[in-house]
Structures are given as C-alpha cells and as structure tokens.
Write a protein that binds this ligand. Structure first.
Ligand SMILES: [Ca+2]
Ligand SMILES: [Ca+2]
Length: 150
C-alpha cells in the first residue's frame, strides 16, 4: 500500500513487475478501489533481482513519496535499496548493505537519527552461518545507524 495519489481517500496499490527477458523492473501504481492505473516508475537497476518494494516518506521535497526497491545481485553479492521518486522516477538514493547477506525483507521506519528522513531496515541472512541480521540505514544519506544480530 502506498499514499493516495488519486485523491479519493483510499490507499493506492503499488505492484512490482519484472520482465524476465530484459530484467527491467517496473513499479505500477493503481487505485485500490477502482483499479485505475495511476503511474509507473521505471529505471531500476536491471542486474538485480527485486526482493521487496517499500514506500518511504518524501525525501527530495516534491511532496511525492519515494519507492525503495530491495535488490540482490547473486553473482556479485551486491545488496542495494534503490530509492526512486514515485512521481518523476528519478534516483533519489542508492543505499548499500553488507555483501555477505542474502536479503530477505525491507521495511521503512520512522526517523531515528533526527534528520527528518525515514530509515530503511534490511533483514538478511548473513555470513557463513547465515545468521539473521537487521541493518538500519538512513534512507536519505545511507548512513549506518544500527546493526542487530539475532
Ligand atoms: Ca519525493
Ligand atoms: Ca533519518
């Protein structure tokens, strides 16, 4: 569920689609009540397998929320959250997480470090022991804020 773009008071729905041939990932946004397509956001890194999409409160000041896509490149081990503006599709921030993790989930949480930007929490299965790890990073700066091991 993402912010109400159509302004009819109901939440809108964002769907993640990946073209198996090109690897291109597209986020489609539709009105949850009427199923009307509202927008699509493209441009996400085609070399990663998309794992999860989360909405993040506006970071670049255009009053439209951002969509953070958790992606994994199994060949290089690269784990990223690619944050794009839901209106312009412009890249707002790319946040890098530990390469030794297999990403499982991504959520956004309220601002922890007081810079007004929400944080991203990546849950991964990490290291040789595949221990569960939660990594908290600022969605705007990418700064590491917390690291929890389970
Ligand atoms: Ca924005
Ligand atoms: Ca923050």
């Amino acid at each position: 569920m993402v912010a109400d773009r159509s302004g009819n008071g109901g939440a809108d729905v964002a769907m993640l689609l990946r073209d198996p041939l090109s690897g291109a990932t597209t986020v489609w946004v539709a009105d949850a009540a009427t199923n009307t397509p509202l927008a699509k956001v493209t441009g996400y890194d085609q070399t990663v397998t998309p794992v999860r999409l989360v909405a993040v409160a506006d970071l670049n000041g255009n009053h439209s929320e951002e969509y953070a896509l958790l992606g994994h490149n199994a060949a290089t081990g690269q784990v990223t959250a690619e944050v794009r503006d839901s209106r312009s599709a412009k890249l707002v921030k790319r946040v890098w997480f530990d390469r030794e993790c297999i990403p499982l989930d991504l959520v956004s949480i309220a601002d922890v470090n007081g810079n007004g930007a929400e944080e991203l929490v990546m849950l991964g299965s990490c290291g040789q022991d595949l221990e569960l790890r939660a990594l908290v990073k600022d969605a705007k700066t990418g700064a590491s804020l917390r690291r929890l091991e389970f």
